[in-house]
Design a binder for this molecule. Structure first.
Ligand code: GLC
Length: 430
């Protein structure tokens, strides 16, 4: 047994978040049309006049937010975080502060509000991702992350660009997002890079964003809202920490102290829709990532990058189906659960909610599993997928059978693995 990490209290309301554990991320913007990564403008150093073709042709005619929301709910996801604006600067909603928005593309309408309404209608909470970077705004200075970072006139342009005006733009937009689109429960800012410097161009951090003021505004407008940690502010200002694209194997800490955390991950190696990317994760990886995350006290925000026609492509639909099948019978080993103080046997993970301990078996053994520290503590055990009894044996220091462990509790599993991606044994603690 170990003691459980206790993150310090933060300003936002973490109750629902810590219960719900599993959310959907959506990255959707003009880059869906390029279909080769949401950083394509940066990677290929595409100037505005060339990138404009995506704006002029963006027409998601098959956009059906109710179908997105249904798939999210069926996958067991309880909340959504969607890119209101990504680094390219394009806005999905009808912002009064820019012309660079969905209503001005061929689709001719606000694409964000219908998403919020559809997800709320399915009972999911909604949060907004808002990019601090903006590769389209005329006052955003060219920096080492900017598509025009190698342009010979970049420094000259910067002389007439005014970040103070951009800061005001961001505050205006954040006010719109938090007052005109319904109840918003998460504000997910992305990202800061104050220490990056290249060719005399400097990265950006809290002074450039006006992070203190932005955060103050957010908390004023919605006191309970959850805010992430990418504003380049002191640790305690953030409600959640957001490791991405790697799997934490222990409770996440900052400066040695545990924090509330949410890891964001992709089905394949891009956030925006990427037609030719092929590193799609297997069903086993997908489910294990969710289990691993909750077994270390975190949330998982799993990303879908819809196509420029407004659909989830078949690979994403299949991946969501994997979660749907698994969560349908194993949801109670995830919701309201967190890390356990018990140490699991090899190739297994524990999640726990009060007196229910969930043993997730990643590699199905032959018959017996010995559970250290649990002798005398288990009242009943069953497979979670079908509630079939799992026999429990205790030797009390005097094993009566060769296969018994002298001081662990031993459970006897069926020889054949149940037909689920990751089987779970539900242990009722005394
Ligand atoms: C990175 C990337 C971005 C993505 C984000 C998700 O910060 O810049 O494209 O939106 O990760 O966490």
């Amino acid at each position: 047994m170990s003691t459980l990490p206790q993150p310090a209290a933060t300003a936002g309301n973490m109750d629902w978040f810590l219960h719900d554990r599993f959310g959907m991320f959506i990255h959707w913007g003009l880059y869906a049309a390029a279909a080769r990564h949401e950083w394509v403008k940066h990677q290929e150093e595409i100037p505005d006049e060339k990138y404009d073709k995506y704006f002029r042709h963006f027409d998601p005619d098959l956009f059906e937010p109710k179908a997105w929301a249904r798939m999210a709910r069926e996958a067991g996801m309880k909340y959504l975080v969607i890119t209101a604006k990504h680094h390219e600067g394009f806005c999905l909603w009808d912002s009064a502060y820019t012309e660079y928005k969905a209503p001005n593309t061929p689709c001719g309408r606000d694409l964000l509000k219908p998403v919020v309404e559809a997800f709320h209608a399915e009972g999911l909470r909604v949060g907004f991702y808002y990019s601090l970077l903006d590769w389209h705004h005329p006052d955003f200075t060219v920096d080492p992350m900017h598509p025009m970072r190698n342009h010979p006139e970049a420094k000259q342009w910067n002389e007439s660009r005014d970040m103070a005006r951009y800061r005001e733009y961001m505050r205006n937009q954040v006010r719109e997002l938090l007052t005109q689109l319904g109840d918003i429960d998460i504000m997910w800012f992305d990202f800061s890079y104050p220490d990056v410097e290249a060719k005399g161009l400097k990265g950006k951090g809290h002074d450039d964003w006006g992070s203190e003021e932005l955060l103050k505004l957010v908390r004023e407008l919605r006191p309970d809202i959850i805010v992430d940690n990418r504003l380049d502010l002191p640790t305690e200002k953030a409600d959640i920490h957001t490791p991405e694209q790697f799997q934490p194997h222990a409770w996440v800490t900052v400066n040695g102290l545990p924090v509330h955390w949410e890891t964001c991950q992709t089905f394949s190696g891009s956030w925006g829709y990427h037609r030719d990317e092929t590193t799609w994760k297997s069903p086993e990886q997908l489910v294990r990532m969710l289990v691993n995350t909750v077994s270390c006290g975190g949330n998982l925000l799993m990303n879908v990058g819809p196509t420029a026609r407004g659909t989830f492509d078949q690979r994403a639909v299949d991946a969501l189906g994997v979660y749907a099948d698994w969560m349908n019978v194993h949801g109670r080993a995830i919701y309201g659960c967190t890390q356990s103080a018990f140490t699991p046997p090899p190739d297994c993970r524990y999640t726990q909610r009060g007196d229910r301990l969930y043993l997730h078996v990643f590699a199905w053994p032959f018959k017996h599993l010995h559970l250290p520290g649990l002798a005398g503590k288990v009242a009943y055990a069953q497979l979670l997928n079908d509630a079939s009894e799992i026999p429990v044996f205790e030797s009390a220091g005097k094993p009566t059978q060769e296969w018994m462990h002298p001081d662990a509790l031993t459970i006897e599993l069926p020889v054949k693995q149940p037909d689920v991606v990751v089987p779970v044994v539900e242990l009722f603690l005394k």
